[in-house]
Design a protein around this ligand. Structure first.
Ligand code: HEB
Length: 749
């Protein structure tokens, strides 16, 4: 149903009730938005404050749950029948689409918080029919209640589905806590049309017209002649997105922009799977293993299906894509608009997918829904029908499947697997486990009886036997030894911040534990001021050597920061020991490289691009550090008076006493006698002059001045800039510092 046909489309309601009407975001769409810093809080979460999912999970009847899931696989429901009498394929796809939105550049997306229940994901064109999959699970979720989160359930169900079809999985870990509102922090792309990609391939500069696949507009799938297309053989996708179109998990199954070109399609697959942290071998294993199961659904023209869940009728109760074609389900299902079944045993593990891929010649055809797909030319009719035992068909494949044969690099891997099903089985199982657990953070968060023993490098492991064993007395002694090295406290603070500040709450990686700041690549990041870092590390290594206690460098780095902050603030700063040191061999340089910030406003590092302003980077960073807006404010103001700019510049160091923790940043920022003027055309650096005398007083960046310009940030800055602000400043800064240092301490209760 198109929007224009609908007389009471929700956007037509200019509601004259609370929350209605024309809003700030309508009047000033460009205003800095702080919304992502106040998501998923106590006010949106129905659980009481003392609810701990890990505790609840421990009382779960895990095996009972697995048995129920296993039984569900073949318990075909009248309202949404199971293809081939088995829901395995549907549930594997549900789990894969849940986890598969993860991307390495900011660690956002992924299956860690049950976001498939919310928009936009619940309504993505790539997630058609997964509304049914999730609803099939409701009786089981209802039965086990808070002992299993939706987030865990989606992924565990995929695992059980695989096991029930003969896959020996690597295991499973629970521990994903549910969220109760849509996560607004993820940049899914700038396009305003589903399946568009006019922004991601042009870095926001110019639009290229685009068409996609699937129910929404498969009628337009012959796009090869369109002018203005970014060349599918050479285009670059913007960061951090990891999908070739708005609303897809990865790539267009019909080929890039609907063009059925397997080799060009391989290029898109490599880009998108690479951004999910998968290499060629893992990628081939995942696709070949995944498409061993189930079928695609394109019984008829996609115009038969209705609006997605978020735009559907209230009567549909969260279901979407209501299908008018015949029975609207079972053999008449329309999901992707493609009609493919890969193997002759779609609910059983096999090697038929790769066998057929290489054995047959493939011919382009159109699905009943009008989409590009491929049929095995001279193959026998051996593929079963999902509902009619009397019908047999030839094998069929997607353009993206043929990519595994016609891309020379993928072909090598695929041929090896084709000749060695055991190798495929193992590689698939490992890659699947990585897919589901990539964004879970350290093992101390993992729950349940099926955690594999062997640690993988993508877990960023830290050897348990490297953790410090020190008591309060040792801490006091070590603090003194650190300060006695004579290194300036501000440098110690800088290194502690650099170490802990590498954390991101999205995929729970980075942080001070592991002491990876001593290793490649972190030790060479510009934002970490490498020469200064080396000086401090050298001194701390000496402290470690001279001490007769077992203490890690990771702990010493944080302790040094705490000791130095005590010196600079006069306050007492808490410290929690117990971190360990990772080795270089345990560190995946490329994967850790993804943690490097493009900009870090707390250290005045980085500036605006043509699409993102410095202050927007600051908020993005604050979100990854799990800070609220007040915490971001006090942290930045404190970092300035502590003289923490990465390059030692004095931008925003609005104090006569750099190196002392004070509220001077706010006092001077809010001082009306100063007038600010841009020092450059791009408004990156500003001069602050005395209004009367014209004398130059300060310089500052956008990350500084936003706290005087944005009304809500100014309101927060005022709290600290008042005469009673100094004490609060110190107290709040120490609190946020402590939070930062322990962001990654999932091992501490
Ligand atoms: Fe897949 C299905 C595409 C990868 C698993 N897929 C499917 C479909 C499509 C696709 C279109 C259909 C849907 C319907 O229903 O219609 N994929 C695709 C692409 C890619 C992929 C493009 C990239 C290249 N998959 C994948 C992976 C996995 C999977 C990786 C896992 C691991 N899928 C799957 C399954 C299925 C599918 C299981 C079936 C479902 C059913 O049966 O329902």
């Amino acid at each position: 149903m198109s929007e224009s046909k609908c007389p009471v489309h929700p956007s037509n309601y200019n509601a004259n009730v609370g929350g209605g009407g024309t809003r700030n975001r309508d009047w000033w769409p460009g205003e800095l938005k702080l919304g992502i810093l106040r998501q998923q809080t106590d006010v949106t979460n129905p659980m009481s404050k003392d609810f701990e999912y890990a505790q609840a999970f421990k009382s779960l009847d895990y095996n009972g749950l697995k048995k129920d899931l296993n039984d569900l696989m073949t318990d075909s429901q009248e309202w949404w029948p199971a293809d081939f009498g088995h829901y395995g394929g549907l549930f594997v796809r549900m789990a894969w689409h849940s986890a598969g939105t993860y991307r390495v550049y900011d660690g956002r997306g992924g299956g860690g918080s049950g976001q498939q229940r919310f928009a936009p994901l619940n309504s993505w064109p790539d997630n058609v029919s997964l509304d049914k999959a999730r609803r099939l699970l409701w009786p089981i979720k209802q039965k086990y209640g808070n002992k299993i989160s939706w987030a865990d359930l989606f992924l565990l169900t995929g695992n059980v589905a695989l096991e029930s079809m003969g896959v020996k999985t690597t295991g499973f870990a629970g521990g994903r806590t549910d969220t109760y509102e849509a996560d607004e922090s993820v940049y899914w792309g700038g396009e305003r049309t589903w399946l568009g990609n006019e922004v991601r391939y042009s870095d926001g500069r110019e639009g290229v017209r685009d068409v996609g696949h699937g129910p929404v507009d498969s009628s337009q799938s012959n796009a090869s002649t369109d002018k203005g297309h970014a060349d599918i053989h050479s285009r670059d996708m913007e960061k951090p997105v990891a999908a070739a179109h708005m609303g897809l998990i990865y790539v267009n199954p019909e080929g890039p922009d609907g063009i059925p070109d397997p080799v060009a399609s391989a290029r898109d697959i490599r880009t998108t799977f690479g951004r999910m942290a998968m290499n060629d071998e893992e990628t081939v294993a995942l696709i070949a293993g995944g498409h061993t199961f189930g079928k695609t659904h394109g019984a008829a023209e996609p115009s038969n299906i209705g609006a997605e869940p978020n735009a559907a009728s209230i009567a549909d109760q969260g279901f979407g894509w209501v299908n008018q074609y015949k029975s609207g389900k079972g053999p008449d299902t329309i999901t992707s608009g493609l009609e493919v079944t890969w193997t002759k045993t779609p609910v059983k593990w096999s090697n038929h997918y790769l066998e057929y891929l290489f054995k047959f010649d493939w011919e382009l055809e159109k699905s009943p829904g009008g989409a590009h797909q491929w049929v095995a030319k001279d193959a026998p009719e051996m593929i079963p029908h999902a509902y009619d035992a009397n019908i047999k068909k030839k094998p069929t494949m997607l353009t993206t499947d043929l990519a595994l044969r016609f891309d020379p690099e993928y072909e090598k891997v695929a041929r090896r697997f084709a000749n060695d099903n055991q190798a495929l089985h193992e590689a698939f199982s490992l890659a699947w486990f990585k897919l589901l657990h990539r964004d879970m953070g350290p093992r101390s968060r993992w729950l349940g009886p099926e955690i594999p023993q062997e640690q993988a490098i993508w877990e960023d492991p830290i050897p348990a036997d490297s953790c410090s064993q020190i008591d309060d007395k040792d801490v006091q002694a070590l603090k003194k030894q650190i300060l006695d090295t004579g290194i300036a406290p501000t440098k110690l603070i800088a290194v502690a911040f650099a170490s802990a500040g590498s954390f991101r709450g999205s995929d729970k990686r980075g942080g001070a534990a592991g002491g990876r700041i001593r290793l490649e690549p972190m030790k060479n990041w510009k934002v970490n001021n490498p020469p200064q870092l080396q000086e401090v590390l050298g001194a701390l290594e000496k402290v470690q050597k001279d001490s007769d206690k077992k203490v890690s460098i990771a702990d010493l780095i944080v302790l040094a920061g705490c000791a130095a902050l005590e010196k600079c603030s006069g306050a007492s700063v808490p410290f929690t020991p117990g971190r360990g040191d990772a080795t270089q061999e345990q560190t995946d340089i490329e994967a850790i490289g993804h943690l490097e910030p493009y900009a870090d406003g707390f250290r005045n590092y980085g500036e605006s691009t043509h699409r993102v302003r410095t202050e927007q980077f600051l908020v993005d960073r604050a979100h990854l550090l799990k800070l609220t807006a007040p915490e971001m404010t006090v942290l930045l103001g404190g970092m300035r008076t502590l003289n923490q700019n990465y390059d030692g510049s004095s931008h925003g160091v609005l104090t006569k006493n750099p190196g002392k923790l004070s509220n001077d940043f706010f006092v001077n920022l809010l001082d009306t006698s100063t007038a600010w003027k841009a020092a450059d055309d791009r408004e990156q650096v500003f001069n602050g002059v005395d209004r009367k005398t014209g004398q130059q007083k300060w310089t500052a960046t956008r990350a500084d001045l936003i706290f005087g310009s944005h009304p809500e940030l100014r309101a927060l800055a005022e709290v600290y800039g008042q005469n009673d602000g100094q004490e609060k400043m110190v107290k709040d800064f120490v609190a946020v510092w402590d939070k930062l240092m322990n962001n990654d301490r999932y091992d501490v209760p």
